[in-house]
Design a protein around this ligand. Structure first.
Ligand code: ADP
Ligand code: MG
Length: 219
């Protein structure tokens, strides 16, 4: 599903050149559940943003489901993101003035699905993460764990092949973190590839493979 060959990435400013990824080789098969662990500043988000086609790399090759992701247009990148990828972030990134169902339905709005249909589908997905009764609540009426489950439902609603999660439990207490990990496990059992970035060992240990990122390389 995901194939990285000798991926290098630097951040350049006028005076400095910070080499963050120094030749990453990584293959992740369809249906895997993996974590990428490393200390703060080790390049985890940089790597995940490359996988999510949110950022470009300097050297190497990235193939997503066999497609070479290199020097592609923003339109093409958006097309790949919409058809393959779902994103979950540490800070949930829900719209505060939209209820849970509307937040989950948002990707379907961009696909121009009509309102009734997309809200019904959103409620189905909220049901899958155990939040059917919360469909008409606003984010600030929900706990952090519930908000993250809404965000996971939103990531799933466009039926991605891969879920990319950047520190998804970073803002949650340990009990809630493990509840969120249970949802990811359930998602993975349905055949979706799950990639979780974390700096917490007990979160990484809940995945089937742990990838250690250190000094710009995979150990
Ligand atoms: P992690 O997610 O593991 O904490 P990041 O991938 O966010 O690490 O960052 C890796 C390094 O790259 C850090 O030193 C960070 O300061 C630097 N960095 C990240 N994004 C940028 C950017 N857009 N411009 C310059 N430096 C950046
Ligand atoms: Mg990060």
């Amino acid at each position: 599903m995901i194939e990285l060959r000798n991926i290098r990435k630097s951040y350049r400013t006028e005076y400095t050149n910070l080499e963050v990824l120094k030749g990453i080789d990584l293959t992740i098969e369809q249906g895997e559940m993996v974590s990428i662990i490393g200390s703060s500043g080790s390049g985890k988000s940089t790597l995940l943003n490359i996988l999510g086609i949110l950022d470009e790399y300097d050297v190497g090759e990235y193939r997503l489901d066999g497609h070479l992701i290199k020097n592609i247009s923003e339109t093409q990148a958006a097309k790949y993101r919409n058809s393959f990828l779902g994103f979950v972030f540490q800070s949930f990134n829900l719209l505060s003035f939209k209820n849970a169902a509307e937040n989950v339905a948002l990707p379907l709005y961009y696909q121009k699905m009509d309102r009734k249909k997309r809200i019904d589908l959103a409620i189905d997905y909220l049901d899958r993460v155990g939040l059917k009764d919360w469909a008409y609540h606003l984010p600030n009426q929900m706990s952090g764990g519930q908000q993250q489950r809404v965000a996971i439902a939103r990531a799933l609603v466009s039926q991605p092949k891969v879920i990319l999660a950047d520190e998804p439990t970073g803002a949650l207490d340990s009990k809630t973190s493990h509840e969120v990990m249970e949802i990811f496990e359930q998602v993975n059992r349905e055949g979706i590839t799950v990639i979780i970035v974390t700096h917490e060992n007990d979160i990484a240990e809940r995945t089937k493979r742990i990838i250690h990122l250190k000094d710009g390389l995979i150990e």
